[in-house]
Design a binder for this molecule. Structure first.
Ligand SMILES: [Zn+2]
Length: 124
């Protein structure tokens, strides 16, 4: 059996779009802000360095995208919170180590001073 039944397999296929330059527009995903995870069509020359772009832009809002977008933007927000916490901890750590180093330096200087006065007293 090798009969291809009809042409009903176009479900979910990506429609080819062309930007104003006449270049095939590729589907890309947005990774910033509330639109994170949302897909869009941009100028086909976007990734070609040194070429002029036409500024073509079109969101691709397929079904199920809204939920995906919500999840992804939530995850990105979580990552940002973690990054902020990490930065705060790193700063605290740096300050803590700085204080430790300063304290150690003071102790060493005091010890040197004590040692020197002791040596001078022994010489006299
Ligand atoms: Zn273009």
């Amino acid at each position: 059996m090798s009969s291809a039944s009809g042409s009903s397999n176009t479900h979910g296929s990506v429609r080819t779009r062309y930007c104003d330059c006449g270049v095939e527009s590729k589907l890309a995903t947005c990774w910033v802000g509330d639109n994170a995870g949302r897909r869009f069509y941009g100028c086909g020359k976007y990734h070609v360095y040194g070429r002029r772009m036409c500024g073509f832009f079109q969101w691709d809002d397929g079904e199920g995208n809204a939920r995906e977008r919500k999840v992804i933007s939530g995850l990105i927000r979580k990552i940002e919170v973690h990054k902020k916490n990490e930065m705060y901890l790193t700063r605290c750590c740096v300050i803590g180590w700085g204080l430790c180093a300063a304290l150690l330096l003071v102790i060493v200087m005091l010890l040197v001073k004590i040692y020197r006065t002791k040596a001078r007293n022994e010489r006299e």
